[in-house]
Design a protein around this ligand. Structure first.
Ligand SMILES: [Zn+2]
Ligand SMILES: [Zn+2]
Length: 665
């Protein structure tokens, strides 16, 4: 008999051959129906796969959303592949994993007159209909263990050359399995649900097609990839489709163009050309951050863009990070330099991919005492990282970026309090920038790591204590510990913003580091008169200005709070008689500190209103003959049809508070 321990601690004795499905049925018919899979000693497995010994068992239901979604998406990938092969004979299968919001499958498309016929979006409705037919048939997913020879023979017989190639390379020490539904089968590790009927036929949608190379290598055959999104029920699918639609409307690249904020071009892959309006936004954000850092006792520094390869070698970046660094030859090396070695990599330099080593070099200037700590060193540091062109995305993922970076050098006894202070500062910044919801996560020690277990215990507990001291280690703040997700040298706190349409963005981070101070030999004199290593905290609140501005654009859909808006008001004339008055109004507003423009063009006022609302100008002040005579303006706020009248003084009084950065109100 096997002993099966359930989550409540109760134990059931079962005979060999018993499955988790049997246990679910023995507990009750409700659970038997709700169970989608089983967690066996932590691993998700098929409900019908017999127990192999004494185990811990937890039944997976739709309530275990992450597990349930993974199962559904993987099942859908198989169902889609069956549907495609049924509808398009001659199609070969390759791979089809679950993704963050669904699944895809890569097919070698069928041939027509000897030429590939890749799938198009027009094919998708028919494939969806066929998938629904397969789901309605409620075909069981069955798992079978095969030998490699069996696999190769079957795939070869079926003309599946890609699968046969892959089967020949599968590792020897692994059980080789296939999953079958009806007549269709695929090589697969599983797990799957019990049958296709467990899928909600209304909870998936095929979204797009693209090309993909076999094994991701462009020397190989071009495959045809079909993407789908898959959910537990229709409500979830609808929410997701709505979110995608909203995300497309809010795309920062589109809004950036409509508002004339920035552009990108191929001559400077991954580096942003900030236009005057975009750079006003940048400057507002930077000035705000600088005031916050000044008030929190940070000292701002500026460090070199280029440093010698030897320096990067010492910091460890040359070994680990070199492929992401822009390396620059030092073409006119200063041979007069004492001890200059012009061999090997001595005359190479690199653009900094991060600011950390340079900050340690500043720390090392002069002797530091325990009384000098904490030292909080901030830099709006411009860094370069060489990312593949395909990975770049608008201003969200770039190759040249500016971090709101800072390093805090602390003694052990100061760590918890410094991290707590950082959490408080970050909270206030996010609130000011219009984000009231964010999650805090603690990334714990990874499998491969430096340092002793005591160091990790202590560092992890310190971060936990710091968050607890702010009272934010709660469900409301999405407090969660992520085993294995820390950096190899230390644990870190991550701060994930939730935007207006429910997407999350990891932006803020703080992590402890004892390795870099050691590598670069940074020390301070302790109370005992001896040399000690400081702990270095790497931290950022925004992450990078580029990405954060991208997030701000998408979060606010370009309708920034007034204090961040590049243009806060436009004075637009109805008739040219009012030009002088419009200039006069603009001058008064400018004097009051409002960023204002005039629109005196000889265009219809409705045309002007439309154009400025597309450019997301928050306040439009319309002036005609009557307004000029009465000394008033007609006010229209972005997104509202209402129009009110007021004097310029009243307008200034109305906008002053909103136009002032929140930390100065
Ligand atoms: Zn599979
Ligand atoms: Zn750093």
């Amino acid at each position: 008999m096997f002993r099966i321990t359930l989550p409540d601690g109760s134990v059931r004795e079962v005979a060999p051959g018993t499955t988790p499905a049997d246990v679910a049925a023995a507990i009750g018919p409700g659970l038997a129906k709700a169970a989608l899979a089983a967690r066996i000693d932590g691993q998700v497995r098929d409900l019908n796969r017999p127990f192999e010994g004494d185990t811990q068992l937890a039944l997976v239901t739709a309530k275990d959303e992450a597990d349930a979604l993974e199962l559904v998406r993987h099942d859908l990938a198989h169902v889609m592949a069956e549907a495609v092969q049924h509808l398009f004979p001659g199609t070969q299968i390759t791979f089809g994993p679950a993704t963050d919001d669904g699944f895809y499958y890569d097919f070698a498309p069928p041939k027509i007159d000897g030429k590939d016929r890749p799938f198009t979006e027009e094919d998708l409705p028919a494939i969806e209909a066929e998938m629904r037919r397969i789901i309605a048939k409620n075909e069981p997913f069955t798992r079978e263990v095969w030998t490699r020879e069996q696999l190769i023979e079957t795939w070869t017989q079926q003309g599946e050359t890609f699968k046969a190639e892959w089967a020949a390379e599968l590792p020897d020490n692994e059980e080789l399995t296939i999953y079958r539904q009806g007549q269709w089968l695929d090589m697969c590790r599983g797990p799957h649900m019990v049958s296709t009927g467990k899928l909600d036929p209304q909870a998936f949608k095929l979204t797009r097609v693209s090309g993909a190379y076999w094994r991701g290598d462009q020397k190989n055959a071009m495959l045809s990839r079909i993407y789908g999104t898959g959910w537990l029920n229709k409500k979830q699918l609808d929410q997701h489709l709505f979110m995608l639609e909203e995300a497309a409307k809010r795309d920062h690249r589109k809004i950036g163009q409509e508002m004339d904020l920035f552009h990108l071009q191929s001559e400077a892959q991954g580096s942003v050309f900030w236009h005057p309006k975009g750079f006003i936004l940048w400057r507002q954000l930077e000035a705000y951050m600088r005031r916050r850092l000044d008030a929190a006792d940070y000292a701002e520094v500026k460090t070199p863009q280029l440093m010698d390869a030897k320096q990067w070698e010492q910091s460890g970046h040359w070994g680990k990070y070199r492929e992401n660094m822009f390396v620059v030859p030092d073409e006119v090396p200063n041979t007069a330099d004492e001890g200059a070695v012009l061999s090997g990599e001595g005359d190479l330099m690199a653009l900094k991919p991060m600011n950390c080593p340079a900050h340690v070099l500043i720390f090392k200037q002069g002797i530091k005492s325990y009384r000098d700590l904490p030292i909080r060193m901030a830099e709006f540091g411009c860094c370069h990282r060489n990312e593949p062109h395909g990975a770049l995305h608008g201003i969200m993922r770039v190759r040249q970026f500016t971090q709101d970076d800072a390093h805090i050098f602390v003694r052990e006894d100061q760590l918890v309090d410094e991290v707590r202070k950082f959490c408080e500062l970050l909270d206030s910044v996010y609130q000011h920038l219009g984000f009231d919801s964010y999650a805090i996560k603690l990334a714990l020690r990874p499998e491969k790591r430096f340092g002793s277990e005591e160091m990790w215990d202590w560092a992890e507990q310190s971060l936990r204590d710091a968050v607890a001291a702010t009272g934010r280690d709660t469900a409301e703040y999405g407090w969660e510990e992520l085993p294995g997700e820390g950096a190899f040298y230390a644990p870190k706190l991550e701060f994930h913003l939730t935007d207006a349409i429910g997407r999350t963005w990891q932006v803020g981070t703080i992590q402890t580091d004892t390795v870099l101070p050691e590598r670069l030999d940074a020390s301070y004199i302790g109370e005992d008169g001896n040399r000690h290593r400081p702990i270095m905290l790497h931290r950022a609140i925004l992450g990078t200005f580029e990405r954060f501005i991208g997030i701000l654009i998408e979060h606010h859909a370009g309708r920034f709070p007034l204090w961040l808006s590049p243009v806060q008001a436009v004075v637009a004339t109805i008739v040219s008689d009012a030009d002088d008055y419009a200039n006069d109004v603009a001058a008064q507003l400018r004097k009051a500190g409002i960023r204002v423009e005039t629109d005196l063009r000889n265009e219809k006022i409705n045309y002007k209103v439309r154009e400025h609302s597309l450019a997301k100008v928050p306040v439009l002040l319309v002036v005609g003959k009557r307004e000029a005579e009465e000394g008033k303006v007609a006010i229209r706020r972005l997104g509202s049809q209402a129009q009110t009248f007021a004097t310029v003084d009243e307008v200034v009084a109305m906008l002053r508070d909103e136009a002032t950065p929140p930390d100065l109100r």
